[in-house]
Design a protein around this ligand. Structure first.
Ligand code: SF4
Ligand code: SF4
Length: 383
């Protein structure tokens, strides 16, 4: 908890373990705390940003909505739960399918009416571009007045089927490419398919076209590669990559791997890499319960975006007329409330994605706010 938060925390809550809990009345905060909150939100230009822990719990809407476009993938990554287990269902027990159009439209409608913002059209375990209507769905999302952007993850295998220009002018605003660049053998070992040449050509074409178009889309290249990374940084392909993308947007996952609750062994990880360490203390509810509204292909609201976890399934988004109602779905609230009371689902006890929800207020720490103010001032001067 930040110093400012401690100072401005309502007195009657200072003795409590948590700033608030689901169902508890919204605490009243003092004038100074309100000024600080308004200031932080103005700096980040995010009017709903949580500044204090109780802002997270009492929020009337999620920071974004994510609809699971498809649960089918065209890769078979050694480090991913997709298709693993005896019947291929160890990490996703459902039948394979695509997002129901009526669920998609309802989610768009209530999100836009509820204030909108960035919309995520990404699978949990699957590949967005494996849905033939991928870009039409992006266009449809952007036709809603308050939907200001669309994000998605892709493994880039099928991008040539759509064409870089079509992808970049579809209305997508953020693409995260998950891939392995730096060798055919490593790619096949890690992604389970022999598509290295196609993927490299697709990634470079997308990045070059984005440059030519003036970078309408923020693209991150998220690499899953063997250690030592120095080998990759010394390679020709890294040099070529940095000619078409800012090196700061090349992100290598480093010892931060999920084991999908024991489904993935260390042999599935890139060489030299390790699993993320589990938090020893999970008494504070997980951040994932308070961040995005995750809507599965059939409309089921899931309390978390990280995995497919039946224990975290709540009501159906179509049964809610507003975004706030969906965010306050009774089963979803019960999952949150139970955690505040020390009862967390079995899947969460075993999950390495866990982080305390109070981490969502990290950007509001005074040091982070000061850095943001300086960065914005610098950008303003340069421009
Ligand atoms: S591309 Fe993504 S969803 Fe598909 S197998 Fe790999 S990590 Fe899993
Ligand atoms: S602990 Fe894991 S499964 Fe549970 S809510 Fe958090 S991220 Fe999701």
């Amino acid at each position: 908890m930040s110093l400012v938060e401690q100072l401005f925390r309502p007195r009657r809550l200072r003795q409590r373990k948590y700033a608030t809990a689901v169902g508890a009345p919204k605490p009243r905060i003092g004038a100074l705390a309100r000024v600080w909150r308004d200031f932080v939100r103005a700096v980040y230009r995010r009017p709903n940003m949580p500044v204090f822990a109780h802002d997270v719990v009492s929020a009337t809407r999620p920071s974004a909505v994510n609809t699971e476009i498809i649960n089918i993938c065209n890769a078979d990554c050694s480090f991913c739960g997709y298709g693993k287990g005896e019947d291929g269902k160890a990490s996703d027990p459902r039948v394979k399918g695509k997002l129901k159009p009526d669920v998609f439209r309802h989610a768009l409608k209530i999100y836009s009416a509820g204030g909108g913002g960035n919309f995520t059209l990404s699978p949990i375990l699957g590949e967005a571009s494996a849905h033939p209507g991928w870009l039409d769905m992006v266009r449809e999302a952007r036709s809603y007045p308050n939907i200001t952007g669309v994000n998605c993850f892709t493994n880039a295998i099928l991008l040539d089927r759509f064409g870089s220009k079509n992808i970049l002018t579809s209305g997508l605003t953020h693409i995260a490419i998950s891939t392995c660049i730096g060798g055919r053998e490593a790619y096949k070992r890690l992604y389970g398919v022999d598509k290295y040449d196609v993927v490299v050509a697709n990634v470079f074409d997308l990045l070059r076209t984005n440059r030519e178009l003036g970078e309408p889309v923020h693209i991150d290249v998220c690499l899953r590669i063997d250690k030592p990374f120095e080998k990759f940084y010394a390679s020709d392909i890294y040099k070529q990559l940095t000619k078409v993308i800012d090196p700061r947007r090349i992100i290598i996952l480093d010892d931060n791997w999920d084991d999908f609750r024991g489904v993935i062994g260390k042999e599935g990880l890139p060489e030299g890499q390790d699993f993320k360490e589990q938090y020893a203390d999970k008494s504070t509810p997980c951040y994932a319960l308070f961040r995005q509204l995750m809507v599965l292909t059939d409309g089921t609201i899931q309390a978390c975006t990280c995995r497919v976890e039946p224990e975290l399934w709540a009501g159906n988004v179509k049964d809610h007329a507003t975004l706030e109602e969906a965010w306050r779905d009774p089963k979803l609230e019960l999952i949150r409330k139970d955690w505040f009371e020390g009862k967390l689902a079995r899947c969460c006890q075993q999950c390495s994605h866990y982080m305390p929800y109070t981490n969502l207020t990290e950007p509001a720490r005074p040091q982070r706010v000061a850095r943001e103010v300086l960065a914005r001032a610098k950008r303003a001067i340069v421009n």
